[in-house]
Ligand binder design. Sequence first.
Ligand code: APR
Ligand code: ZN
Ligand code: ZN
Length: 362
Amino acid sequence: MKAAVMRANNAPLELEDVQIDAPGPGEVLLKTAASGICHSDLTVIEGGLPFPPPCILGHEPAGVVEEVGEGVGDFAPGDHVIGCLTSFCGVCRFCTGGRPYLCPTQFAGRPEGAKPRLSAGNGDPIGQFANLSSFAERMLCPERSLVKIRPDMPLDRASLIGCGVTTGLGAALNTVHIPAGASVAIIGLGGVGLAALQGARIIGAGKLVAVDAKPWKFDLAQKLGATDCVDATDGDPVAAVHELTGGGADFVFECIGLVPTVQQAVAMTGRGGTTVLVGVVPMHLQVPISASDLTLQEKKITGSYMGSNRFRFDMPKYIDFYLDGRLHLDEMISSRIGLEEVNEGFDRIRKGEVARQVIVFD
Ligand code: APR
Ligand code: ZN
Ligand code: ZN
């Protein structure tokens, strides 16, 4: 099958013919229908999230089941599915305690010594990213990385739910509890931030302020529910959010993962408010913040990982939101491209020219 392989950090992905194994026990072979390109794939390419090459990235997929391995009861050939990187074991204290997205085994692949799921033409193993690797025509996944979805859901839009939409929407709907009318600021209007914005709208936020460095995004943000927009390159965005919200927002979602915007997020949070860190700051960086601000104004900071998802419960619900008109996904897709255009896709993300790009397979 054709796949885009990361052979080295900070280099273009290479289109190669790759071998994919047959499904083993508990595994499902999928024909990939669509895969969104997420900023976190770029973070891996740039070394901010460590994952050794050679490997196949892509972790925002939707596809169709082709074949199931021994003991797979939840899926059958022809089923439409979304893949999610937070695979769950089902028995640990996080899974049984209702937070399966924190399952410590989520990135465990096949047992040590087993044949690799993916390998190069010469037989050398190729790493599978997050049990998914969706920049490829086929995917071999644990069944516990997948959820079956309604067959009437278009698969290109379904793919967005695999990571960005679940991450942003879930940050607003699951990680924190936003009371109706609360003021919310969103920093960063990529796939993740636009989904957080929609989550805040769906849950009934009052003032909903969208902050980005690319003003062309503001039309889109307003269509998706923003009441006000702040150009981060035009004056001080912290002062602007304080002005619009009467002293700082009740909830601020940082959806980029940069040191200065994390600091801005804390500063934009009002007295008694909550900062939600959604964007992943490269692992080697630290962020200085004012601890006395947290104490004296009782601000809270929380991380939000993958929208605090229980994806088999959440994703079908998000699809219902889309199909009944409450979640807007069509507007979030800037372009549909072929796999051979993936490197140009990453260039467009680097330049901030796009909301979400989706790779579609025939
Ligand atoms: N101030 C304001 N906005 C900025 C700034 C800045 N200094 N720098 C970048 N942005 C905006 C970009 O213009 C873009 O709209 O942040 C947005 C980031 O969007 P994407 O690159 O599409 O990223 P996305 O896929 O949404 O992921 C965001 O969430 O999943 C995590 O860690 C992951 O870094 C990723 C983050
Ligand atoms: Zn992602
Ligand atoms: Zn578990």
